[in-house]
Design a protein around this ligand. Sequence first.
Ligand code: FAD
Length: 316
Amino acid sequence: MKITEHLKNAKSTLFSFEILPPLKGQSLRELLEGIAPLMEFKPPFVDVTYHREEYIYKKHPNGLLEKVSTKKRPGTVGICAAIMNRFHVDAVPHLLCGGFTKEETENALIDLNFIGVDNVLALRGDAPKAERFTPEPAGHSYASELVEQIVKMNQGKYLHEETENSFHTDFCVGVAGYPEKHFEAPSLKFDLKYLKEKIDKGAEYIVTQMFFDNQKYFDYVAKVREAGIDVPVIPGIKPITTLSQITMLPRTFFLDLPDALTDELEKCKTNAEVKEVGIAWAIQQCKELVDAKVPSLHFYTMSKADATYKVAKEVF
Ligand code: FAD
């Protein structure tokens, strides 16, 4: 079922979450066992991230380094099939511009349609580490172009006109939004202009980057509405669970932690203490968001479900 239908049918705020495919060489069973307890909160959908290739350097006996491209977390499509099969919930694969030609995107969408996926989150993706984002020679530069391709397939328009009598897919397309602005955008106004472009091209809902200050989400939604965007804006939630995340999250996701939170985190000496503070903060955030009748609380589990479970248990 489409995310938009899930949201329309909901009588109150829904629970949903995102997982990462396991690292290459690890089994899927552990991941599925790990998220099984979260089914208690009846998520109508689970997002599965996509990870483009990364570069690693192999040292040869003669001392020379070889740059090798590898995907560390393959398997997004297979995991979607496994999730739908095991838990009978909708799986939402993330689809990227980066690393894909339009032809590869078309073929991925055909695979997703064949396994029964109804929704995709269309993203540009980041550049490989320490590089600037560059599209594939026959790929997309921005998520809006990817949205356009998916919507055209929904109209039976494939890349090559000779694909006659084309089957119409019927994907519901979501896109990303950034309450604290996308890091490359020179201003929030600029960023919202291109968010609107994604919606105008056919995206039907927005999932936000994680934030730790609800006011930033509320202000963002107000500006999204002012920009003429009227689709649901699903807030992204991440309970902080380790000492390293206190600096890693702001550095990686270009966001601020509020003073009241960092004051508490500064007192923590162990991961266990951080986790307690992180969970308490997320519970308070979620309760306020539920009171504000947000469409769904979408958790970034990073494939570790216990903190999300503790938060959801207090909120749902
Ligand atoms: P876009 O919407 O294309 O925007 C990228 C930047 O370009 C923005 O600064 C925007 O303002 C600007 N821009 C857009 N259109 C134009 C234009 N026409 N002209 C000029 N500027 C323009 N990454 C992954 O690799 N895998 C994932 O699974 C993944 N999941 C995510 C899930 C969520 C909910 C979020 C919020 C992010 C996720 N990301 C993921 C990260 C995302 O790929 C990066 O943040 C990426 O840098 C931007 O992607 P986007 O789709 O927002 O890009």
